[in-house]
Design a protein around this ligand. Sequence first.
Ligand code: SF4
Length: 263
Amino acid sequence: MEQKSTVPTPTPTPDGGAPQRRRSPRRASSAPAGEAPTELVAKARLVHDRLCAVYGCPIGYFHDLDPLSELVSSLLSHRTRNADSGRAFKALRQRFPDWADVIAAPTGEVEALIHGVRWPELKAPRIQAILAGVRERTGNLDLGFLAEMAPEAARAWLEALPGVGPKTSAAVLSFSTLRMPALPVDSHHHRVAIRLGLIGAEVAVGPSHPVLRAQLPDDWSAQDLYDNHEVLMLHGQKVCHHRRPACGRCTLADICPSAFQVD
Ligand code: SF4
């Protein structure tokens, strides 16, 4: 069952630069990363298998972008509908086919091009700063070298960039042509995981990444982890809606503590 935050203090955060409500401290009920209890591991696997049966795994990759382009795409997509972030990405690429030109462009022009996304005034300078940070650290604008790194090291490299958090780093590894094993958690995935009891309601999206990853087998492939993210996201979009989830037609109702409890 969802709980409502009572302290609406907006603060800038990584993963898109969007303001986010500060969460009140609540009862700690999440498993520490790397130490997922056996029953949660079994439940996470059952959830995966049932949802894969519904949505059809393996699921095709929806992007074929190089990792730097995926990084920009991911930053644009936070708290934004896919169609709107896709339009903004296309507009940016059409006006600036070279990412170096985005760095040099007036921030107002970048903001105008991506006006359809949420918080363009935050995302435009952040994208410019991140692109500049990549160039400063590598000497160019190519993240292909991440393929030679272990996934956790590659994510740490990305998260050292200003405003890049676990959701973005996982998206770059998983969704781009790198096709590396990583588990992104978006807002749908996060909501369904809370309702199922895989994580506590107090666990924000960022900290949920290592907790949910730890519930899945260490040796899962990039495709397995991508499938897990996709089926939980799809379930959030199609059945376990933000409001009035369709529990009556949910394949997880018998194992969900929130079944028929959410308005
Ligand atoms: S039973 Fe209801 S609340 Fe639980 S996962 Fe399914 S749709 Fe969501």
